[in-house]
Ligand binder design. Structure first.
Ligand code: UDP
Length: 334
């Protein structure tokens, strides 16, 4: 692999796998806004063609398969978002995750090596840590994933470390905590929705009768589980920094969160305030594999890359998600 790194601030020619998905489409948009050229590769299995930003090239297909030929055209880097990401599904049918996440990523790494693509930014996850011992989670926390999804992402992180050391790849893994909000016309719209904020907003639009609170007997202030919510545009900005800060032969890992936890009840309350809807909620059993508290220490991303999240306010994230939800509802009335 090439050992050069592009001087900071220079436009780069980048591949974004999974660029038709929620986070990938926002990152592709921000990369284009920053002056980079973007080729989105997506098989549209969970992404949406109309979520590919204007100005991006689009190649339809499997990330690894496409990369094996596409990267021959010469690219400065790959941002690899394409992945399976449903925790429940990963427990019921792990093969989908080991093949779809790990095998695909290994083939992508080999294609990058073959074609001398120097930089990789990888979508990792807080799920690599599993159940933390206590407090804010730093990157040095033990990695003990409690589900197959997290295990596959951790396996890929290990592979990336080896490739960086052995072949000079410049790599950064970003471990996302709970991503929320929307950016322009790009937001969260999964066919199978499992995430708290979009589900609560479906109650506000009348598409769902009530929200279920998965457990109110956790050892937290109000008994419901606590998570660290980060705005998708702040997350995207970390990717822009990462692709520029990646150093040949090194694999850096950064947690991305705001360092503040909000309980399920607090999130529902924020949604009530933003939407003006009463949002009925009922307590249900805990969801298998859910830790009580997951809050990031993002000190490393702030110090090493100068990342400064601009949209840490939970109500602001919910307001952006709500605007996106209403816009989509208006454009596609049921
Ligand atoms: N949650 C909930 N009801 C729902 C969906 C999620 O109580 O309908 C809880 C879930 O158990 C977790 C938190 O909300 O404690 C955030 O879940 P989400 O799926 O959004 O993200 P995760 O933390 O699992 O990545």
């Amino acid at each position: 692999m090439s050992t050069d790194t592009a001087p900071s601030g220079k436009p780069m020619k980048l591949v974004v796998t999974g660029g038709a998905g929620y986070i990938g489409s926002v990152c592709a948009t921000r990369l284009l806004e920053a002056g980079h050229s973007v080729t989105v590769v997506d098989d549209l299995s969970t992404g949406h063609e109309d979520a590919i930003p204007e100005g991006a090239e689009f190649v339809h297909g499997d990330a690894a398969e496409v990369a094996e030929t596409l990267l021959g055209q010469g690219f400065d880097g790959v941002l690899h978002f394409a992945a399976k990401s449903l925790v429940g599904e990963s427990m019921q049918d792990p093969g989908i995750y080991w093949r779809g996440n790990v095998l695909t990523s290994l083939r992508l790494l080999d294609a990058m090596r073959t074609h001398g693509t120097p930089r990789l930014v990888f979508s990792s996850t807080a799920a690599t840590y599993g159940e933390p011992d206590t407090g804010l989670i730093p990157e040095t926390a033990p990695t003990r994933p409690t589900n197959t999804y997290g295990a596959t992402k951790l396996a890929i992180d290990h592979a990336i470390t080896s490739y960086a050391r052995a072949h000079g790849l410049a790599a950064v893994s970003l471990r996302y905590f709970n991503v929320a909000g929307a950016y322009g016309r790009f937001g969260e719209r999964h066919a199978t929705e499992t995430h708290l904020i979009p589900i609560v907003l479906q109650v506000a639009t009348g598409d769902r009768a009530q929200v279920q609170i998965y457990g109110d007997d956790y050892p937290t202030d109000d008994g419901t589980a606590v998570r660290d919510y980060i705005h998708v545009a702040d997350l995207a900005d970390a990717h822009l920094l990462a692709v520029e800060h990646a150093i040949a032969g090194e694999h850096e890992i950064y947690n991305l969160g705001n360092g503040t936890g909000f309980s399920v009840r607090q999130v529902i309350e924020a949604c009530r305030e933003v939407t003006g809807h009463p949002i009925p909620a009922a307590v249900a059993p805990r969801r298998a594999g859910d830790p009580a508290v997951l809050v990031a220490s993002s000190e490393r991303a702030r110090t090493a890359m100068g990342w400064k999240p601009q949209r840490a306010d939970l109500a602001g994230m919910v307001a952006d998600a709500w605007r996106f939800t209403q816009d989509r509802k208006q454009a596609n009335p049921a």
